[in-house]
Design a protein around this ligand. Structure first.
Ligand code: UTP
Length: 289
């Protein structure tokens, strides 16, 4: 079984649900407590053993590249001022030279198209995909949990979570053959089904481990739900030919591409920080009461 060394971060979307915040700033740079969303995804990938970080960008996404670069002037000033803790924290954001790759998606044609834009960097290796607007609060990082299952099962793995029936039309939804503990053996997938057509309420939340064969199916560039080239549609032909599982990971996913999800994530992540938890809990309590 080939190890997963590469991860794709699709960051070429326009973030229209967050306008005007995203007019001049990438959605993936929006701050969750004190770190941009993209940094949570990169740290999760790193903790799962990823060595190569492939970003699918678009016009105006320059700050994303800068965020993972060295910042000599700032480092020097922090050093002169004795701010060593801040300096150490900042250095952790860097991705070493030769381990980060940027490719452009020239038009936001959909998630499937964004992944296809990374095909040259991916080659013929299995890879992970992390949607940075989804952050997962868990004791063991979500992708690391998926890697554990990959070591047992191989093939394709999708992180899934149960969502309310009324919300299924916002997600890719699993059709499940049978449950094996935290794993759901997949027999079908539907992107953004109606409530009536949904085969379950198990939703794909934005973490994938995929075999390279999906890239061949993405080359067809067929449009699906919402007129976009959907990753889910290109996965369907692989079902039954390769191992294919949903992973009911331990933890909770927050969709930060959605305003309410983003606000909830800020509270949830702040409550996990010892230096903030007490004050935040008090303030939220006062507001809610
Ligand atoms: P979203 O659909 O949540 O992002 O895609 P979006 O299109 O930027 O958001 P809205 O709906 O307009 O507010 C999830 C992830 O996939 C990327 C986005 O950047 C985001 O990180 N994406 C989406 C692409 O890279 N290319 C696309 O064509 C679509």
């Amino acid at each position: 079984m080939k190890p997963i060394r590469k991860a794709v971060f699709p960051v070429a979307g326009m973030g229209t649900r967050f306008l005007p915040a995203t007019k001049a700033m990438p959605k993936e740079m929006i701050t969750l407590v004190d770190k941009p969303l993209i940094q949570y995804a990169v740290e999760e990938a790193r903790e799962a053993g990823i060595e190569e970080f492939i970003f699918v960008t678009s016009r105006g996404k320059g700050p994303l590249e800068d965020h993972f670069d060295v910042h000599g002037d700032l480092y020097r000033i922090l050093e002169e001022r004795g701010k060593t803790a801040e300096l150490e924290e900042l250095k952790k954001t860097e991705i070493p030279s030769g381990q980060q790759f940027f490719t452009r998606q020239k038009e936001p044609l959909g998630l499937g198209h964004a992944i296809w834009c990374a095909r040259a960097a991916l080659g013929n290796e299995p890879f992970a995909v992390l949607l940075p607007d989804v952050v997962v609060l868990s004791s063991r990082p979500c992708l690391a949990q998926m890697m554990d299952y990959y070591a047992q099962k191989g093939g394709n793995l999708l992180a899934v979570e149960e969502v309310p029936k009324s919300a299924v039309s916002s997600y890719g939804i699993l059709d499940v053959a049978r449950e094996e503990g935290r794993l759901a053996v997949v027999k079908g997938l539907v992107e953004k089904p109606s409530v009536q057509a949904a085969p379950s309420n198990l939703a794909i939340i934005g973490r994938y481990i995929l075999q390279p064969g999906v890239l061949t199916h993405l080359s067809a560039q067929r449009k699906g739900a919402g007129g976009e080239i959907q990753l889910t549609d290109a996965l369907i032909p692989l079902i039954g030919k390769q191992p294919f599982h949903g992973v009911r990971f331990e933890g909770k996913a927050y969709d930060c591409g959605d305003k309410a999800g983003f606000i909830a994530a800020n509270v949830a992540f702040a409550l996990e920080r010892p230096e903030l938890a007490g004050t935040v809990r008090e303030r939220v309590k006062k507001l809610v009461n």
